[in-house]
Design a binder for this molecule. Sequence first.
Ligand SMILES: Nc1ncnc2c1ncn2[C@@H]1O[C@H](COP(=O)(O)OP(=O)(O)OP(=O)(O)O)[C@@H](O)[C@H]1O
Length: 282
Amino acid sequence: MSELQPARSNRLTDIAAGKHVDSVIHNELLDVDAALDIKDFSLWYGKKQALHEISMSIPRGEVTALIGPSGCGKSTLLRSVNRMNDLVDGLTVRGDISLGGDSIFSPGVDVIELRKRMGMVFQKPNPFPMSIFENVVYPLRIDGQRDRKVLNSVCEQSLRGAALWEEVRKRLTESGLGLSGGQQQRLCIARAIASEPEVLLLDEPCSALDPLATGKIEDLIDDLRGDYTVLIVTHNMQQASRISDYTAFMYLGRLIEYGPTSQIFTKPLVRETEDYVTGRFG
Ligand SMILES: Nc1ncnc2c1ncn2[C@@H]1O[C@H](COP(=O)(O)OP(=O)(O)OP(=O)(O)O)[C@@H](O)[C@H]1O
């Protein structure tokens, strides 16, 4: 990793040749209040290396987007942060990731507790086959919460937080599966925020939604800013430019450039970032 440096023209060739390439991290991200700190993080699926020495701090209370061509490792990085990749056979990691200053790989870490600190929402909405109410309070139920007042209050608060309350307040006992795709995704966001996580991990949350539902999720992400640290993987560059404060451009498992979204999309420091965001490759 290095501070501002002149753009190099042969990064992609170097990467393809297996050479080490420094990430370019903009000054604004060198000393931030980080909710998540990723340090020299590498990951292998068996013998195949999918992430190469990624170092980046994810600023607290802001929206950070991971962009890059298909297969560059965006989802792998996102799934590493809450140790979802632990379930993959033959996985090896090196380096560290810390949440609120605590390493997620410390020997004593309870992975279930760790995941409670990070809500996750996937590409396809995945409501459980139960009522809207039970979907939202599910994280509290599994924690043994039985107090109806608490459950009611968390349900309302989370649905309001996910901008869904007005649409479903009269049908809380109906199945979550009966909602539209966009409503289901907001229901999943309500479930993700019900346990008051520190970080929200969103893996292409709009890819299965129509433009109207996508717009609502984008508005919602905008509202969540400040209360939550959001890390979002998106294929959609317009979406990244609309909703994120910071953008990280990845290529073939490397972090190429990371900076304020406005700069990444209008004045990137690296030529390859410019080529990607202007659609010249990818
Ligand atoms: N469970 C797995 N086992 C083996 N290889 C994997 C696994 N998951 C991902 N990979 C490989 O790791 C690399 C990174 O994949 P990943 O899904 O993280 O990329 P991505 O940038 O999120 O791609 P996309 O935008 O297409 O979802 C790819 O080469 C992929 O084939």
